[in-house]
Design a protein around this ligand. Structure first.
Ligand code: SF4
Ligand code: ZN
Length: 477
């Protein structure tokens, strides 16, 4: 495969390249753009004009420097051995292959995709989606030999993207719906994925029916199909082995495989806990599940939420804390689907003597709540606060009491409320207190726009500390 006709170098060495706002020629999709998507479809060969690239909307060279645009990427593929189950897995490779291009940065997936093209790349002549499409088609065919033919369509204008975006959302929903039909106890094989190791070298996803990958893009069915056609590829089987703890979701086989695939860094995972031996997070999680020690509950915020969460931190700040392939108790990158699973953080629920993990959820951004409300118990959903109900931790405390949220019956909640924290235990064990605990808060939503930091009986070692004032967008309106 040759890329001699492409004006910028192409290869895995460019994965991980960051393009800052000042370096970018244009931004496509991302948090400031309403509609964006990327989708792969398996279609009959007769519907494909192999190698063709279509652009519906402005081409790169017609875009103004520094501007932002919608982006839809539709890749249609054909091949005798292809099946629909492979679509999601192929789609996930768009991220990797775009990042092979020197001067192209791709983040996230599905309906949160975000690209930047650098000024340097455009100066060198990488000024058309025809070039990006050609690179994608060549890489798809070279890296996934069962793809025999491929064509790409880019949508870059608001009016052009509406229809294909709606179709894409419907397809994502159908995939998610199917994923909800089975559970971990129904299968005897789990799957692993290391596609994100170029960004987070110690991260390996364990994909089970109840735990759709944290990027939300690969469910158990998708992973099964991928491992079948390419067992030595980045998605592979994980025989669960012995179940060591059913509530925590700890399996001997999962621990063994993860140890091998993370170069020995991670050797123990509780699939159903955000607090003890949690699953690692790379960076492309759909949502962050975070612990709120003041009420012993969990909060969940997703990528599309533009304001600060109940703990005073925006998604981006928490994402830095959560990602990178570390096990970070109290900060867990998750898929939206996992919230709907009966296994959601069930270990944490049990530790608080609750019926299940779902009962630990005390706060969600409204963007998350809208998406999962229909899957959560009807007697709980109204007790979960959003930003519309409570602006800060103090009002959240009042809220859980007022609505009689199940969390208020947990011993840890009672201890937190009465100020009897387990500080001594923490100190004895030398455990790390996750940033964002009650000993270090930057509310930002505390009433007058100021901020308050309370450090009580606290030992902190940090190489540097940066405190930035974060204005709530809600208040500015
Ligand atoms: Fe694979 Fe996990 Fe990355 Fe998704 S988040 S691409 S499943 S490693
Ligand atoms: Zn990732």
């Amino acid at each position: 495969m040759s890329f001699e006709d492409i004006p910028v170098p192409i290869g895995p060495v460019y994965e991980g390249e960051r393009i800052r706002a000042k370096q970018m020629y244009v931004e496509l999709g991302g948090p400031k753009i309403d509609k964006k998507f990327e989708l792969c479809r398996v279609v009959p060969a007769k519907e494909i004009k192999d190698g063709s690239v279509k652009i519906l909307g402005l081409d790169l060279k017609d875009m103004e420097e520094g501007s932002r645009h919608p982006i839809g990427i539709l890749i249609e593929v054909a091949g005798e051995q292809l099946e629909e189950d492979l679509e999601a897995v192929f789609e996930r490779r768009i991220h990797e292959f775009c990042n092979f291009v020197n001067g192209c940065m791709h983040l996230n997936q599905r309906y949160t995709n975000w690209l930047r093209i650098s000024k340097t790349a455009v100066e060198k002549g990488f000024n058309s989606f025809n070039l990006l499409g050609t690179v994608l088609i060549r890489l798809f065919k070279a890296e996934l030999p069962i793809v025999e033919q491929a064509q790409v369509t880019f949508y870059t204008e608001a009016k052009e993207i509406v229809k294909p975006h709606a179709i894409a959302m419907e397809i994502y929903n159908k995939r998610d719906e199917r994923a909800r039909t089975i559970h971990d106890s129904d299968v005897d094989m789990f799957y692993g994925c290391v596609l994100c190791q170029s960004f987070a070298p110690t991260h390996c996803c364990c994909i089970t029916p109840d735990r759709t990958s944290l990027c939300g893009a690969i469910n158990w069915f998708d992973a099964r199909a991928a491992a079948k056609v390419d067992p030595k590829g980045p998605i592979f089987e994980i025989p669960p082995g012995d179940c060591l703890d059913e509530i925590a979701g700890e399996y001997s086989g999962v621990n063994d495989v993860l140890k091998k695939r993370t170069l020995g860094e991670i050797d123990r995972i509780f699939l159903y806990s955000g607090m003890e031996f949690p699953h690692t997070s790379c960076g492309c999680f759909e949502a962050i599940d975070f612990y709120i020690p003041e009420v012993n509950g969990h909060g969940i915020v997703d990528r599309s939420y533009g304001d600060v969460a109940i703990n005073g931190l925006p998604f981006s700040a928490m994402a830095n804390q959560t990602g990178g392939g570390k096990q970070m108790p109290g900060f867990n990158g998750i898929s939206i689907q996992y919230i709907a699973s009966p296994k959601y953080q069930q270990y944490d629920g049990q530790q608080s003597n609750l019926k299940n993990g779902t009962e630990t959820i005390v706060w969600m951004s409204s963007t998350v709540k809208e998406r999962v409300a229909e899957f959560l118990p009807s007697d709980l959903i109204d007790k979960i606060a959003t930003e519309a109900d409570v602006p800060d931790i103090n009002t959240l405390k009042d809220w859980v009491e007022k609505v009689e949220h199940p969390i208020i019956e947990s011993e840890a909640y009672k201890a937190a409320i009465s100020g009897e924290e387990e500080e001594e235990d923490w100190e004895e064990e030398g455990a790390m207190i996750p940033v964002g605990t009650q000993s270090f808060m930057v509310p930002g939503a505390g009433g007058m726009g100021g901020f308050k930091i309370i450090l009580k009986n606290c030992k902190i070692h940090a190489e540097s500390i940066i405190i930035k004032k974060i204005e709530s967008k809600r208040k500015k309106k």
